[in-house]
Design a protein around this ligand. Structure first.
Ligand code: HEC
Length: 210
């Protein structure tokens, strides 16, 4: 008996069911997700031009190799207990990002809500310049090349980053961020997914995740 037609139908079935499962169903379920109206405007909020530039700097410098941006549900992990966010992240949290930096490694903490934990721009500049100056013993690499060390002209720049100790610039010099550093920090300060979304459940309290 010729089993070729049966084999052909079998192969077609395998391919079509995986296409439905992996392409069509996710597209129908997630492809048309839109921002949600909340009392603070649309969420997730749009990124500023600087933050969009910062996404590129984040990608180019391999931050994703050590940092994730996904808070897993309480039944599956201790992410919420660790204070990485008041609720699990859901697909809608990522619709403004292209591509989303979910990450697979956590050599450093999850950054989904870093703006809630560390809203201070200067702290981020100091940390990127030399992580050990603000987090003693840090193993995060320094991103010094995102800064300029320049001679102080008449008076210090308003953007000069205070760096003390062995990593301080020589006398008469100052550390100032480049546009890449400004954009990267604008991006980090846009990472704040603590607003309620219907499919994610309400955060326990308005200021949760701090
Ligand atoms: C080799 C791994 C590694 C890479 C690459 C890395 N980090 Fe980190 N990062 C860490 C570790 C470890 C910590 C925890 C210690 C500390 O705070 O410095 C950390 C901490 C942080 C924190 C503070 C988190 C908190 O909860 O206080 C921020 C913000 C951060 N990193 C941003 C970045 C950015 C932006 C990049 C890319 C430019 C980057 N990291 C690249 C390992 C890394």
């Amino acid at each position: 008996m010729n089993k070729l037609p049966l084999l052909f139908v079998g192969i077609l079935l395998v391919f079509s069911t995986s296409w439905i499962g992996l392409v069509a169903y996710p597209y129908l379920k997630l492809g048309r997700l839109a921002p949600e109206a909340s009392r603070d405007g649309l969420v997730p909020p749009p990124l500023t031009a600087s933050a969009i530039g910062g996404e590129r700097v984040y990608a180019a410098n391999g931050c994703i190799y050590c940092h994730s941006q996904q808070v897993r549900p309480a039944w599956l992990s201790t992410d919420i207990e660790k204070g990485w966010g008041p609720r699990q992240t859901v697909a809608r949290d990522y619709i403004r990002e292209s591509p989303p930096f979910l990450g697979t490694m956590r050599t450093g903490p999850d950054l989904t809500n870093i703006d809630v934990r560390r809203p201070d721009r200067v702290w981020h500049y100091q940390h990127l310049y030399e992580p050990g100056t603000v987090t003693p013993g840090s193993i995060m690499p320094s991103f010094r090349f995102l800064f300029k060390v320049q001679p102080i002209k008449d008076r210090p720049s308003f953007e000069a980053v205070a760096v003390h100790g062995p990593h301080a610039p020589p006398r008469g010099y100052e550390v100032v961020p480049t546009q890449d550093a400004r954009d990267l920090v604008a991006y980090l300060l846009s990472l704040k997914h603590n607003y309620p979304l219907p499919e994610a459940g309400d955060p326990p309290a308005a200021d949760a995740g701090k």
